[in-house]
Design a protein around this ligand. Structure first.
Ligand SMILES: [Zn+2]
Length: 148
């Protein structure tokens, strides 16, 4: 576990800008984002690949990704959509050996910046980005509360 960077992020012993966590999952900004707001959702319990992941925990990971995608439309980033991507195994370009779901915010007409982001993957202003995502989660919770 100690040599897994995502386990260390979950434990708080490696730095990351967390935007959400509960008992089962943790979501934090990708340090090399493709687009601003690119977030990773990981199970807190270590699983290297989908083969090792409890399916119910996998469902919780996706549930969180789904929620983040909705929050990204509502927060300061005001995305128009998102790519939710899970690369399972090194053959599928999984680069960290701890299951993670990418939530990549998208805007209409961003094809070029998205393609460039793949090449550059430069960090954006993490604090304001995280604040924008948290604002989206708050707006989402408020909207759900209003619906009863
Ligand atoms: Zn791990």
């Amino acid at each position: 576990m100690n040599d897994c960077v995502f386990c260390r992020i979950v434990a708080g012993t490696a730095p990351a800008t967390k935007v959400f966590e509960d008992d089962a999952v943790c979501a934090f900004l990708d340090i090399r984002p493709i687009t601003r707001g690119h977030t990773l959702v990981v199970p807190k319990q270590h699983a290297t690949e989908l083969d090792d992941l409890d399916p119910d925990l996998g469902a919780q990971v996706f549930r969180t990704g789904h929620r983040l995608a909705r929050a990204l439309r509502r927060g300061g980033l005001a995305s128009d959509g998102a790519n939710l991507v899970l690369n399972d195994g090194t053959a599928a370009f999984q680069t960290v050996g701890h299951v993670h779901l990418h939530v990549v915010p998208r805007r209409h007409g961003d094809k070029l910046s998205f393609a460039k982001g793949f090449l550059l993957r430069r960090p954006h202003d993490t604090e304001s980005t995280a604040a924008a995502i948290r604002a989206g989660l708050t707006a989402l919770a408020r909207a759900e509360g209003a619906q009863g």
